[in-house]
Design a protein around this ligand. Structure first.
Ligand code: UD1
Length: 418
């Protein structure tokens, strides 16, 4: 068990390079195994979630091999097992993507149902309805989803809610189906577009990704390809918020501003100065910050994954801000820990009411989920005095080389093995 020891209160300055997007890498890695040839992925982040998905694919017979930093070679030729092991799948919800892969490639999938989650209830009913729409017979037995289809056939599927996971899983199953699938009310997240770009480079015929109707014309087989994962917009956003929080000038490279419009607009609205180039974004806080009311939304709205980091920043605004969480029903668990650092935040149902500005003070705190954990790290870096953050296994899922990146900005942070 590791902990981060942070001496806060320093002004952070400098350049930080964002990694590839975790939420893109996970489905993209799975998708490459739809082909019986090798693919090469670049800009792959190396957090524990990516390690888990690689382990799951290996357990199914897929050859997965790191070929230098950020370079991953995957060959799906050996895929020969239809049951994903519970002890690996239970570690991460996105493991459920192997269901789309197995159904698409082998016509059968036996995958443990993902359990509860620390940010709220996260069922997979829309994923399952997608498989059924494509003609699969699905049974839920003893904690497993068992799906079978002699041949998947294209169909029209209206996703009741624009779910990222259901859109991705249905796409994975539909690319090798017979005929055309039309996904209506599809998620428009950049990670869905990245997946469609990869699949098209492998020979799939997908149109409309990034819009709310995606049309997938099934093909007989896919081939290997080379693909570079898009930058991690949530990591970029986290470091921009950190820069604004600690008051220096922070430049984030390997960033795509067009994936962060709502976040950049919100930063600008509270008084943070932003400069953008094609591949980098710079933030600087000169004046006092003003309060803001925001609500999380599906893309291109304000991302739920930056709700916690942005809420920490709003503790520095002069006045009362509100943050409404509309995507997940349990995403304010970090608030109690932040209060221990002196934050003035009240939660009423789906809304956090934040009164500032507050000089945060260092405290021992515990991360209970990935983004809430990062919010605590950001708070600790701005707080006066020493903080100790435990629960790093959550943060390590999605922030690669965290303490090294922070140290490059001048942060006083150390990882200690307990
Ligand atoms: C993905 C991201 C996560 C992000 C979220 C929303 C990955 C690995 N994770 O999660 O970081 O916070 O998108 O941008 O990419 N829902 C159902 N039934 C379903 C599926 C979803 O009720 O079958 C509900 C969920 O409980 C949630 C909402 O729909 O309330 C949105 O979930 P979804 O877009 O599916 O998020 P994930 O794919 O789980």
């Amino acid at each position: 068990m590791d902990k981060l020891v942070i001496e806060g209160g320093r002004v952070l300055n400098g350049v930080i390079t964002a990694s590839g997007a975790k939420n893109s890498a996970l489905p993209v890695i799975v998708a490459t195994a739809l082909a019986e040839e090798e693919s090469l992925l670049e800009n792959v982040p190396h957090g524990t979630d990516v390690e888990h998905i690689c382990d799951i694919l290996s357990s199914l017979g897929v050859a997965v091999r790191w070929d230098g930093p950020g370079r991953l070679r995957i060959n799906g030729a050996g895929l020969n097992r239809v049951q994903a092991p519970y002890e690996l799948v239970r570690k991460m919800r996105a493991s459920f993507y192997v269901a789309g892969l197995l159904l698409g490639r082998l016509g059968e999938a036996v995958v443990p149902l993902p359990g509860g989650c620390s940010i709220g209830s996260r069922p997979v009913d829309y994923h399952i309805k997608g498989f059924e729409a494509l003609g699969a017979q699905v049974a839920l037995e003893h904690g497993y989803m068992k799906a079978y289809a002699k041949r998947l056939t294209g169909a029209k599927y209206y996703v009741s809610r624009a779910s990222v996971g259901a859109t991705i899983n249905t796409m994975l199953a539909a690319v090798l189906a017979e005929g055309t699938t039309v996904l209506e009310n599809a998620a428009r997240e950049p990670e869905v577009v990245d997946l469609a770009n990869l699949l098209n480079a492998m020979g799939a015929k997908i149109r409309g990704a990034g819009m709310d109707v995606i049309r997938i014309e099934g093909v007989k087989r896919l081939h290997g390809t080379e693909h570079e994962i898009i930058p991690d917009r949530i990591e970029v956003g986290s470091y921009l918020i950190l820069g604004a929080m600690t008051g220096g000038k922070v430049v984030v490279e390997n960033a795509m501003g067009e994936h962060l419009r709502s976040v950049l607009a919100s930063l600008g609205a509270i008084g943070v100065e932003i400069e953008e180039s094609t591949t980098a974004i710079c933030v600087q806080r000169k004046d006092r910050l003003t309060p803001l009311n925001i609500a999380t939304q599906q893309y291109p709205g304000f991302p739920t994954d930056l709700q916690a980091p942005f809420s920490v920043l709003l503790t520095q605004s002069d006045g009362v801000s509100t943050v409404r969480e509309t995507v997940f029903d349990g995403r304010f668990k970090y608030v109690d820990e932040l209060r221990r650092m002196g934050a003035d935040i009240q939660v009423e149902r789906d809304t956090a009411i934040i009164t500032g500005p507050t000089q945060l003070t260092g405290a021992p705190v515990e991360a209970t989920d990935l983004r809430g954990g990062m919010a605590l790290v950001i708070g600790a870096l701005a707080a006066e005095g020493k903080s100790e953050v435990i629960g790093l296994e959550h943060i390590d899922r999605g922030y690669e080389r965290l303490e090294h990146k922070l140290q490059n900005l001048g942060a006083c942070v150390q990882r200690i093995s307990v």
